[in-house]
Design a protein around this ligand. Sequence first.
Ligand code: CUA
Length: 151
Amino acid sequence: RSEKIWLILSFGMILIFMGATGYQAFTYGMAPPGGMERIDPQKVDETPPFDQPGIRQIGENEYEVVMVLQVFSFVPHDIEIPAGSTVHFKLTSKDVIHGFQIVETNANGMVVPGYVTTLTQTFHEPGEYLLMCNEYCGAGHQHMYTTITVK
Ligand code: CUA
């Protein structure tokens, strides 16, 4: 008889675990990384600031980079910034989920269509930084990278 109770208990635990992971997946799907600004992925080209992707200086040693990701490119690419700059990245995707990782820095984010991802990174050391997509996004995923030149 006690075997039966244990069987029911362990079955109940499994159901609870399944429910919990399902719930997490559900809430994640409904609202990706909390409190993100929304954007219509069909109208990226017309929606400021993404109607003018690029780099602009917003303070002493401070820059904003507005960047659009799509299979399999970063626009703009081959960015140049002075060493010691703090860069605020504003990112969105026109199509699928992409990753945004600047190798050898802490800058790492997911770029989800319909949302604006913001990341801030200070570049102390001059050099060429590899910027790559680290989310599988299709057959050309491994070609989706560019460099950020700090000098
Ligand atoms: Cu974009 Cu992988």
